[in-house]
Design a protein around this ligand. Structure first.
Ligand code: BES
Ligand code: ZN
Length: 615
């Protein structure tokens, strides 16, 4: 379509409109005299349908169903089966709601207030920019042209293939972009504004640009370096090339989310993309690297292969939220970024998922208005955590094989969660769907009780799983059960699994060969499994030396600390257990933390005594 952008500084209360013409080439599969499309806050001027090689028919009625965000176009005669072109002229509002096609206010270096025009379509706001079918499973190619003031930057998903003066106004130019691959409408994007950029070519030959506010190009250099390293990483990881000739990353002054993975034109809020080289801390560089890694992962996982319906959104977001760490760990090993994953995503997911009002990762979405509700920490952080566990259970080599199978089989198409499980099952020969359904279709996660008994040179371990609840022991009538990939290490080598086993029942007894009485045993290497562990008192005490001498890696100490802290209030005998936990936590942490833990423990015992008094 052609967008005409009114220029000049508009007052924020004023309305501001754009004119567009959109043409759809499609097939009428069944004769009809009505076409129903998604459409919101748009005024159609004319609409007509022309069957291939035949005269066009004008629609005579536009019936807007505002609640449903739809419009029905009625034609005076029947549109017969076959190919044809639907043309719609319309006016839309360049709104100030940060969705659809909206205006973003910025200040120039000289202090003037100006506006850029930007899109944000996911999940269901493409319909505010043009009448369309923006459900993820309806894919098409897009040819986009923008008519813009000639001194403005105009960007879209693809590279520019033509730029010429606009005949009706010498201040305007028409910019034409190359045809996109087959894609979902929610990934279409265009931006018009004033920007500077820095550019580089990635090792795999893709032109990468980072667009920044005017005068701040320097601040795009870090993201540029990340993107140029990230593209070849994903190409190699998936063994599928990035299919477009360019990718732009742009910082938008007014942006609702953190970033959006539009194919070839990724939009970011400024704090998620720009780094001031003279004045920034490593945590903001880490954040930018993660966000860039996340959105670029979607270029394959989400854009090339798209979820069938929003029910599978958790997979899209959970996957990207996991692989962003894999990518940053590859590009910046010095960040030790997986420790951040455990302290941010994993811990947060467990805290939320232990509450009675949590929900399964996979929730069925009916009306698109329900989509926003599932963009939450359970989809993102628990989603990422269970994929991390899955990757570890499968092993990197087979996992990559499975990813390649999935991405090549469904490229330019749509897929459901089960399709990924099937590909990973094929590549690994492991029961992926059975394992993963226990994590995605039910809420919560298990607490694994473990005790060990020395039998001559062996240790016999007894494991029991029960749902973990923040509010106290689980008392539900059903017995939720998870298929838990368990890894076990010993003091022989705290970084290498002595045994790996799938716990597919409520109780499990294992024999660890050749483990002397003075050797300790720990579950959940690297804090990868999405469960908590409760050790028998002697097993827990035996870990103290490895905590003190730091031979237990930081992520393992962190996991242990989280588990202990969460279990503290569950102990029946407060004094004895408090002393033990104090000793272990004391070995892990600084005095302030112990103080915090103890205050908490005391408040719990105080709270408990209150309960006794009242009951
Ligand atoms: N696809 C999402 C952006 C999105 C979220 C659009 C919700 C519409 C509604 C994007 O890939 C994303 O996940 N962005 C995150 C940042 C990311 C690094 C976790 C965000 O915006 O918070
Ligand atoms: Zn995402």
């Amino acid at each position: 379509g052609n967008a005409y952008l009114p220029k000049g500084a508009q007052g924020s209360r004023e309305h501001c409109f754009f004119l567009m013409l959109i043409k759809f080439l499609f097939q009428v599969k069944q004769a009809t005299n009505q076409i129903v499309m998604n459409c919101a806050d748009i005024d159609i001027i004319t609409a007509s349908y022309a069957p291939e090689g035949d005269e066009e028919v004008h629609a005579t009625g536009f019936n807007y169903q505002n609640e449903d965000e739809k419009v029905t176009l009625s034609f005076p005669s029947t549109l017969q089966k076959g190919t044809g072109t639907l043309k719609i002229d319309f006016v839309g509002e360049l709104n100030d709601k940060m969705k659809g096609f909206y205006r973003s206010k910025y200040t120039t270096p000289t202090g003037d207030t100006r506006y850029a025009a930007v899109t944000q379509f996911e999940a269901t706001d493409a319909r505010r920019a043009f009448p369309c079918w923006d459900e993820p499973a309806i894919k098409a190619t897009f040819d986009i042209s923008l008519v813009v003031p000639k001194d403005r930057v105009a960007l879209s998903n693809m590279n520019v293939i033509d730029r010429k003066p606009y005949p009706d106004d010498e201040n305007l130019v028409e910019v034409k972009f190359a045809r996109t691959p087959i894609m979902s409408t929610y990934l279409v994007a265009f931006v018009v504004g004033e920007y500077d950029f820095v550019e580089a070519r990635s090792l795999d030959g893709v032109l990468v640009r980072v667009y920044t506010p005017v005068g701040k190009a320097e601040q795009g250099k870090f993201a540029l370096e990340v993107a140029a390293k990230t593209l070849p990483f994903y190409k190699d990881y998936f063994n599928v090339p990035y299919p477009l000739p360019k990718i732009d990353l742009i910082a938008i002054a007014d942006f609702a989310a953190g970033a959006m993975e539009n194919w070839g034109l990724v939009t970011y809020r400024e704090t998620a993309l720009l780094i001031d080289p003279k004045n920034s801390c490593s945590s903001s560089r880490q954040w930018v690297a993660l966000v860039v890694g996340h959105e670029l992962a979607h270029q394959w996982f989400g854009n090339l292969v798209t979820m069938e319906w929003w029910t599978h959104l958790w997979l899209n977001e959970g996957f990207a939220s996991w692989i962003e760490y894999l990518c940053v760990d590859h590009c910046f090993p010095e960040y030790d970024i997986w420790t951040q994953f455990v302290s941010a995503d994993y811990t947060r997911a467990q805290e939320l998922d232990a509450l009675d009002n949590s929900h399964p990762i996979e929730v069925s979405v009916g009306h698109p208005s329900e989509v926003d509700e599932i963009f939450d920490a359970i989809s993102y952080s628990k989603g990422a955590s269970v994929i991390r566990m899955l990757h570890d259970y499968i092993g990197d080599e087979d996992f990559r094989k499975g990813m390649n199978l999935y991405l090549t089989k469904f490229q330019q198409k749509n897929a459901a969660t089960e399709d990924l499980w099937e590909s990973l099952e094929k590549a690994s020969g492991k029961p992926i769907a059975a394992v993963m359904n226990t994590w995605t279709k039910q809420m919560g996660f298990p607490l694994i009780y473990v005790e060990a008994e020395q039998q001559e040179d062996d240790k016999v371990l007894k494991l029991v799983q029960k749902k973990f609840c923040a509010s106290g022991p689980y008392t539900g009538e059903d017995f939720p059960m998870w298929m838990v990939p368990i890894s076990i290490c010993t003091s022989d080598d705290p970084t290498c699994a002595k045994m790996q086993i799938l716990m597919d029942k409520p109780e499990l007894t294992l024999v660890l060969k050749d483990i002397k009485p003075d050797q300790w045993v720990k579950l959940n290497l690297g804090t990868v499994g999405f469960y908590r562990t409760q050790y028998s008192p002697d097993m827990l005490e035996s870990l103290i030396p490895a905590i003190r001498d730091l031979s237990l890696p930081p992520v393992d100490r962190l996991g242990l600390q989280n588990d202990l802290f969460s279990l503290l209030h569950k102990q029946a005998d407060m004094q004895e257990e408090k002393n033990r936990i104090e000793r272990v936590l004391g070995a892990i942490s600084q005095p302030e933390l112990i103080q915090k833990v103890l205050t908490f423990a005391l408040s719990v015992s105080y709270w408990k005594s209150c309960c006794f008094l009242t009951s």
